[in-house]
Design a protein around this ligand. Sequence first.
Ligand code: NAP
Ligand code: GLV
Length: 326
Amino acid sequence: MPAESPRVYATRGLPGEALGELAERARLSVWPGPGPPSPAALRDAVGEAEGLLCLLTDRVDAALLAAGPRLRVISSCSVGLDHVDLAAATARGIPVGHTPGVLTETTADLAFALLLAAARRIPEAERFVREGRWTPERAWEPDLLLGRDLHGACLGVVGLGAIGRAVARRAAGFGMRVLAWSRTRREAPGVEWRTLPALLAEADFVSLHVALTPETRGLIGAEELAAMKPGAILVNTARGGIVDEAALARALRDGRLAGAALDVFEREPLPPDSPLLALDGLVVVPHIGSASLATRARMARLSVDNLLAGLEGRPLPHCANPEVYG
Ligand code: NAP
Ligand code: GLV
């Protein structure tokens, strides 16, 4: 590797070939793990780096940027960028890359899987069988594990971005009526527009797809949960901070909501003593929205392409702060 090759720091190994190819074009160091580097370890590591390849577990804030005076490009292997202080990066003239598009359908698939899992109580049913409770006395019990139908029901999509629209398409295929609210009003085939309060009052299922920003933090709080249709089911594959988890736990405990399914949490990993884990009607998975083999490889490829473009002074294929280019 020539001494003039740029130095790149990656906070984790990634699936697929892309990181190997990056190693042929840059002096690449990768945090050895296990898990993500601590903020202090990351600050120590970026000292000489010109490129940073990070994940949503890495806080990229003004302190980190100050610790990396040579940084010229930041590339996150995620579409969400709530872990990056975009304004601070822009102030330094550093383009920030992310991975929209390549994970849209995979994440929408998971949202739909969660919707079905919560509606048809699949994890609860699986525990029932595995725990030996499906005894001859309980063979085909007429009222065993009764759930909700998706067909003929109404889905409310909160945030009609790429993933929200992909979920709306799936819902139409399942014979659902689809309502949507988003910050920017836009038409989508088969989707009826509502205000957020109207959507919450009318939908049997609500699926969240807004980015986490100061404006959307706590968007679904106690008041919004109380405004939901009694017996509704909430699905969150966006970010944990959008929902007030304590209020959600209360709404489930009180029976106000029939269930919820969460891929994302206020604190990740979800602490083992979280009150959420004591609730039967709750389906939880560990932030696996984009976790298919093909999609993670595509995300790795795009994040490396973003990084290389930045190092070579070209516009990033997907730049979240294009204003750096004037
Ligand atoms: P997108 O196409 O950019 O859509 C973003 C959505 O967030 C749009 O509906 C947008 O509203 C809304 N939004 C952005 N800023 C807002 C604000 N300040 N106030 C209100 N709404 C705001 O992104 P996407 O690809 O659909 O992804 C959406 C989010 O899903 C990501 O940001 C990420 O947090 C999450 N995600 C999670 C997983 C997972 O593994 N669980 C995977 C991928 C993504 P308008 O367009 O109407 O303005
Ligand atoms: C995953 O949550 C992402 O933002 O890519």
